[in-house]
Write a protein that binds this ligand. Structure first.
Ligand SMILES: [Zn+2]
Length: 106
């Protein structure tokens, strides 16, 4: 398919990417906060940090997938199944723009 057909998706992905990057920054700021002196609060802070790190990981994984999708749009391989090479259906890409496999191979 012609690259320009994916410009809408590319725009959507860039918007999402900017949003995710902003969120990871907020989380990292939070993780950098010095721990409170009170040990009870310290324990709570640690628990919070652990769940934040989990969120951070999920966001980072999605950021990576979006970057790869944008790269595929640029180099013209976007929309082709990474396994069988068949085109991924437009409906599937619309529902899941970061999909790299067709329905059969997913
Ligand atoms: Zn396939």
């Amino acid at each position: 398919m012609v690259m320009s057909e994916y410009q809408d998706i590319a725009q959507q992905l860039r918007t999402r990417l900017a949003d995710l990057l902003e969120r990871t920054e907020v989380i990292e700021d939070d993780l950098r906060h010095p721990l409170d002196a009170d040990w009870e609060e310290q324990a709570q802070d640690l628990a919070d940090d652990e769940s934040l790190e989990g969120v951070d990981e999920v966001l980072r994984a999605e950021i990576q997938q979006i970057r790869l999708a944008l790269l595929r749009i640029e180099n013209g391989t976007y929309g082709d199944c990474a396994v069988c090479g068949d085109p991924i259906s437009a409906e599937r890409l619309k529902a899941r723009p970061i999909a790299t496999r067709c329905i059969k191979c997913a």
